[in-house]
Design a protein around this ligand. Structure first.
Ligand SMILES: *[C@@H]1O[C@H](CO)[C@@H](O)[C@H](O)[C@H]1NC(C)=O
Ligand SMILES: *[C@@H]1O[C@H](CO)[C@@H](O)[C@H](O)[C@H]1NC(C)=O
Ligand SMILES: *[C@@H]1O[C@H](CO)[C@@H](O)[C@H](O)[C@H]1NC(C)=O
Ligand SMILES: *[C@@H]1O[C@H](CO)[C@@H](O)[C@H](O)[C@H]1NC(C)=O
Ligand SMILES: *[C@@H]1O[C@H](CO)[C@@H](O)[C@H](O)[C@H]1NC(C)=O
Ligand SMILES: *[C@@H]1O[C@H](CO)[C@@H](O)[C@H](O)[C@H]1NC(C)=O
Ligand SMILES: [Cu+2]
Length: 903
């Protein structure tokens, strides 16, 4: 029971060994299980109580420790819970009462529109969404850094408006808020480079179109029964044996919209409907309102029929040469779990991570502000894009103004009418709208902090509970280590992650923003869930494996690209930045010191290429270039420009762009997908590289990325006469050097048998990292990292210059030279506050550390054993998971940007 004071191990380790250990240990650990789960196994409880009492006696400091208290494990210490953001979160979404005020205001303003809160047809007028309209950077930056007044709060509203041209979705801005006599509503125009604020909502009547598909399917029940062994059931939408039918649209131009309706088995058991395409397709002329739709050709097993009668005739004519193929039926193969298998070891739970002493970050839950070892940032979330980060600083220095998801595309290919034209732009379905409750202990560690989001739609507010988590995590691998003759030193790699998961129909995207102690920032996306498979046809016209692999009797995987776009508004030590490509190049050089024996040396060197125009580029071959964003005016102590490197990060190392060139179905709606990374000017009128409504009118998108990245000059200020760059008159403007980078993560997904039943996140992952490059004078993680230096003996090789020698009687060591350089103090909001909070006592403690032989800890190690409640190992999900029904989008359009019909 008595742990050596230098020990840093926990009983967590024991817990998964418990089954094989003596009963006593098991009881001690499971006491909390008894309490938490209110079980009444009295004899065990009695034994446990005895042990616990002993535990209290032996470990007195722990009796009031965090872990032994009631309440959420992640609760902060008293001082941390009073932690306050330095300023209000100016990017925060509207709260329910603000949204209600905006709604009531609009109902008055738009009295003539007869707005309804329960739309039931595509022709009803209603307010689809109300959210915060993010302030312009040109107003936010003076507020944050120059004590200017707070930017006015505005709302962004989408109105579903039935006009004489049919239903439109239109953006409006409402402000300033709170609603007052000055508040006005105006068309929101500036973010859209199309010159429009609205798109025709040709999918407004989604219930009618779903009914049309069902009706069509019912009309061919004879065909589906014969070919597929099933038919639709109009009476019972939950009939597990029935077929379902969904349309997929291609808008050719304003006058022509085509759809293919495909049949699916319901996948009622597993929800794996996208593994159950049925290979029967009908073409619809969906140009007009649903009542005018007409059915055209049919496609089955590589055979095209002019209409349903031709199909029927061919099926019934033994001489027609009609080719049948095996149907794709559901079964246990679509189940995601095997509850019965018990290979050796499965009877034990795996190791888990615990955080017995509470978090080391500070979180202002109300303002959504986080501070962690010098990193500080605000976050917010939107219905389209989920969580975004703002005003990211590291040790008081500005790094990014904004880091945010822009769009998540999946673009398919295939030789059937569904896979052949299929693409999804998932902000249309809502990466935030579909960010559902996370599973504590699984999606995020049990000790994570969980935050909620709210959706304001159709005059109501809906809560998405616990759908954002934040936590620290220690990697299995160190941040640094070194073994010397007389010392071994190891530093833990502990990082901070902000995570959410969007489940958009069949796929689940886990999206992480991760911060490292050295100042690195990572954006990582992992995908799981069900692939959108293609029907496996067997006919002589088929090209085997051209678009994927056979993964079940009648299922083919379907080749697709995931391209997920983020915006990083970098402000490296301020807004004036320059981007360069620093190439590592082979070269042949003659050195005087080589002469006369080696005339020329074959070697390599660095060559810098300034990026002087807005452009897109791909990750370099062989990783042979460093993409660097430098401060235009700030240098570190060594005279080097302070910078960050943008690099394809961890995961599969596969940060793709779209393979398809000039995609037929995408039109101009997602040109950002065509290169790995883009650099453009920051502009208030270009807040986003995409818009969720782009999906409705892909050939005439509201935001066309080619107009964002349109080769404008990036030359500014002092750089004008530098580097042989010639200015032309077009460039002679007042551009201040503020850069925005757009970058993509994702994968070229060629699903194989291992994607059945679900795609696996350990490999279906990619990331982009922003890594300090001469940003500081040396590695900043040294002052925050936790680890140990084992001083073996002596102070010769492996001695330590950072400590005074043992005979130095001053007994304090020089505090490390303060960084960043003097003169930037006004920017040091974190450091100032940290010093205030640390107070004098900590300074004294820190300064008086004496080197000794043996284990010298830096940062605080664990000093006592801990009692681990079961809640820390296996959260009681039956009480903690609060959602009772998840509103998954399930391939339908209700709840997407096309509209939501509330009862
Ligand atoms: C909502 O926001 C307004 C404006 O910031 C504030 O006055 C109000 O107290 C907030 N309401 C709640 C319930 O937080
Ligand atoms: C289904 O059949 C009915 C009756 O023949 C017809 O009126 C209707 O238009 C058909 N619907 C579709 C979608 O084919
Ligand atoms: C599609 O239907 C519309 C009427 O809804 C019609 O005007 C148009 O000609 C049709 N187009 C085709 C290609 O069938
Ligand atoms: C795509 O469009 C661009 C611009 O119109 C053109 O230069 C390029 O050749 C096109 N690529 C293909 C494969 O059509
Ligand atoms: C934000 O910037 C845009 C583009 O310059 C401008 O049209 C708009 O009025 C600004 N918004 C506010 C609230 O000032
Ligand atoms: C649309 O979805 C909402 C939940 O978001 C649900 O309450 C409503 O009943 C659905 N409407 C239809 C017509 O299915
Ligand atoms: Cu995929």
């Amino acid at each position: 029971m008595i742990y050596p004071s230098s020990s840093s191990f926990f009983v967590a380790v024991e817990s998964f060994l418990a089954v094989t250990r003596p009963r006593l240990i098991f009881h001690r650990i499971s006491l909390f299980a008894m309490e938490q789960r209110k079980r009444t196994l009295l004899p065990i409880l009695t034994a446990s109580l005895f042990i616990l009492t002993v535990g209290y006696l032996v470990l007195p400091e722990w009796s009031d420790a965090h872990f032994l208290q009631d309440g959420p494990l992640s609760s902060h210490s008293a001082s941390a819970s009073q932690f306050q953001a330095p300023t209000p979160n100016i990017w925060a979404d509207l709260n329910a009462s603000e949204a209600k005020d905006v709604y009531d205001f609009l109902v008055r303003e738009w009295a003539d529109l007869d707005l309804t809160t329960s739309p039931k047809t595509g022709t009803d007028n209603y307010i689809v969404t109300i959210e915060a309209l993010q302030p312009n950077k040109s107003q936010a930056v003076p507020y944050l850094f120059e004590q200017e007044s707070r930017p006015a709060r505005w709302a962004k509203v989408v109105l579903s408006h039935n006009t004489h041209d049919g239903p439109l979705l239109t953006y409006y801005a409402v402000g300033p808020l709170p609603v007052s006599a000055e508040t006005k509503v105006e068309l929101l125009t500036y973010p859209f480079n199309s010159g429009r604020s609205s798109v025709p909502n040709f999918r407004a009547d989604f219930l009618s179109s779903a009914l049309f598909a069902l009706n069509l399917a019912e009309n061919v029940s004879d065909i589906t029964t014969e070919l597929l062994g099933a038919h639709v059931n109009n009476k019972d939408p939950f009939d597990p044996d029935a077929l379902q039918a969904f349309p997929q649209f291609t808008r050719i131009d304003a006058g022509l919209t085509l759809a293919w309706i495909q049949f699916f088995r319901s996948g009622m058991g597993s929800a794996g409907r996208t593994l159950l395409p049925q290979g029967l397709y009908a073409k619809i002329n969906a140009s007009d309102e649903v009542s005018q739709w007409t059915v055209g050709q049919w496609w089955y097993n590589g055979q095209l029929f002019d209409d349903v009668n031709h199909l029927r005739r061919a099926m019934n004519d033994p001489d027609s040469g009609f080719l049948r193929t095996e149907p794709n039926t559901d079964g246990s193969w679509t189940d995601t779990e095997d509850f019965d298998a018990l290979p050796d070891g499965r009877e034990l739970p795996p190791p888990v991570s615990i955080q017995p002493l509470g978090p080391r970050y500070k979180l202002d839950k109300a303002e959504r502000f986080v501070s962690w070892f010098g990193f500080e940032f605000y976050f917010t979330s939107t219905q389209a894009t989920g969580v975004s980060l703002y005003d990211i600083r590291f040790k008081g220095q500005r790094v990014m103004y904004e880091l945010s998801l822009q769009e998540a595309m999946a673009h398919y290919a295939g030789d059937d009418p569904m896979a052949g034209g299929q693409e999804f732009l998932d902000t249309f379905f809502g990466m935030g709208t579909n960010a559902f409750e996370l599973v504590p202990g699984y999606d995020c560690p049990a000790y994570a902090d969980f935050l909620d989001s709210e959706l304001h739609r159709v005059g109501k507010t809906e809560k998405l509970p616990n759908n954002i988590c934040i936590f620290e995590f220690s990697s299995d691998a160190l941040l640094s280590r070194h073994t010397a003759q007389y010392s071994v030193t190891v530093s833990r790699n502990t990082f901070l992650t902000l995570r959410f998961v969007s489940t958009v129909g069949n796929y689940d995207y886990t999206i992480d923003y991760t911060f490292y102690l050295d100042g690195a920032i990572e954006v990582k996306v992992r995908a799981s869930g069900y692939i959108y498979g293609a029907f496996y046809a067997t006919n002589p016209f088929k090209n085997e494996d051209e678009y994927g692999h056979r993964v079940h009797n009648a299922l083919s995987s379907s080749l697709h690209d995931h391209v997920i776009n983020f915006k990083a508004d970098l402000d490296i030590a301020g807004t004036a930045n320059d981007m360069v490509r620093m190439a590592v190049e082979p070269t042949v050089i003659s050195y005087p010191w080589d002469q006369p024996y080696i005339k020329e040396r074959h070697t390599m060197h660095l060559q810098e290429y300034p990026v002087t125009r807005e452009t897109g580029f791909d990750w370099p071959w062989n990783g042979g270039e460093f993409y660097l964003v430098y401060s235009s005016d700030q240098k570190n102590a060594w005279g080097e420009r302070r910078g960050y490197r943008i690099v394809s990060g961890t995961g599969m190392g596969n940060t793709p762009h779209l393979t398809v060139q000039n995609s037929t179905s995408l039109g101009d709606s997602a040109r950002w997908a065509e290169k790995d990374i883009w650099v453009v000017r920051q502009k208030d009128e270009e807040p986003r590289g995409a818009d969720p409504l782009n999906y409705l009118d892909t050939h005439h998108p509201l935001v066309d990325f080619t107009k964002v990245a349109n080769a404008e000059s990036l030359i500014h200020g002092a750089e004008d006469d530098d580097k042989n760059v010639h200015k032309n008159s077009k460039d002679e403007d007042d551009y201040n050097g503020d850069l925005v980078v757009y970058f993509n993560v994702g994968s070229h997904h060629v699903p194989h048998s291992g994607d059945i039943p679900n795609t696996l996140m350990h490999t279906s992952a990619s990331s982009v990292m922003f890594v300090p490059h001469n940003f500081a004078d040396r590695d900043p993680s040294r002052e925050s990292v936790q680890g140990v230096r084992l001083q073996l003996k002596g102070d010769k090789s492996g001695g330590f210059a950072g400590f005074p020698s043992p005979d130095d009687d001053s007994n304090t060591h020089e505090p490390s030279k303060s960084w960043p350089a003097a003169g930037l103090e006004q920017d040091l909001r974190s450091r100032e506050r940290r010093q205030q909070q640390a107070g004098e006592s900590e300074k004294v403690k820190r300064g008086s550390y004496q080197r000794h032989e043996g284990a010298n800890y830096f940062g605080t190690p664990y000093k006592k054993g801990v009692q681990v409640p079961l809640e820390a190992l296996e959260p009681d999900l039956e009480s903690r998971f609060v959602t009772s029904e998840v509103r998954v989008s399930d391939l339908g359009l209700n709840g997407s940007a096309a509209g939501v019909w509330l009862p």
